[in-house]
Design a binder for this molecule. Sequence first.
Ligand code: NAG
Ligand code: NAG
Length: 380
Amino acid sequence: MGFHMLESIQYKGRSAEWLAFDNMHHQWLLLAACFWVIFMFMVASKFITLTFKDPDVYSAKQELLFLTAVPEDAARSPGETHFAKELKPTGKMPLGDQLVQPLVYMQRLELIRNVCREEALRSLSHTAISKFVLDRIFVCDKHRILFCQTPKVGNTQWKKVLIVLNGAFPSIEEIPENVVHDHEKNGLPRLSSFSNEEIQMRLKTYFKFFIVRDPFERLISAFKDKFVHNPRFEPWYRHEIAPGIIRKYRRNRTETRGIQFEDFVRYLGDPNHRWLDLQFGDHIIHWVTYVELCAPCEIRYSVIGHHETLEEDAPYILKEAGIDHLVSYPTIPPGITVYNKTKVEHYFLGISKRDIRRLYARFEGDFKLFGYQKPDFLLN
Ligand SMILES: *[C@@H]1O[C@H](CO)[C@@H](O)[C@H](O)[C@H]1NC(C)=O
Ligand SMILES: *[C@@H]1O[C@H](CO)[C@@H](O)[C@H](O)[C@H]1NC(C)=O
């Protein structure tokens, strides 16, 4: 408004016939100045809301809130500490649950962005969006959803949800078990089956999500499922893959038992594991890192679900994907998603610290990106 005052000073002392005009002029200037101020304010406020929506600027606010949640988590006894329970501290804040809950999901995305920027972790957090990754991602065009498959976290259920949404079957109960993983028949295409432009368009505009769980507990689960119980009758795990691992990694040559968790740990922690990976083909999806499966630093996922909080995360994902009125996630049996430290300790018992540290060194990216606590009770 500086120019306005200046002009009114210049107009002083002019003749009376000018005075009327001067007053009018004065008023117009005042009005124009006010409009200018209002206009500038509107532009500024628009700019402020826009920058707030930009996640990188928003992060400053997020980090503050994140810090308030962390000490509570760290204060808990190491035995019971689990990152997933971090939901609780934010829940204690005076805001209503509806407002607070999405914060957890935003913090997860923010953590990923921060860890992706850490130079020291680069090789453990980054991967190319290769055909291997595009094969892991399933497409629901009807509702514009991409789902990256991460085995051993209830993925079959999510696939069923998407199969129903794509319209191949009317309900989850009606999908035959053998069709869920048969992508010729189940009407759930892989992202890799599209052209380059179609892939780019979907990656840019669709709702994208995947589910993670504690990386070591996941490996135990994969080991049990593929080498111990093998409920889906996939004989190649025990008859091809296990002997391959034993040949290369068993320490005690006179030991003739079937594959032990120790052999598996030594294979996974070997910096040259790729040599065997290549022979095992896509079966490695059960134990390669989440980074290798879903490229979380290259693809900007909309939501990351945690197996440990699936009871809250599944409905949230359905809501965010805009499909909560169409499907619901099947009932989760109580207790199965809870992190079980006793079980983890039991499986790693007797395995050398060196081998466990090498395993952690490979999975450190997954631990850090998804906020899982470093398992010091195994490493030290
Ligand atoms: C190697 O395995 C055999 C057979 O199970 C066992 O008797 C022997 O004690 C083991 N040796 C070592 C050094 O663990
Ligand atoms: C944790 O795992 C142990 C050993 O596998 C099992 O005995 C126990 O029941 C599990 N605890 C819970 C709470 O599931």
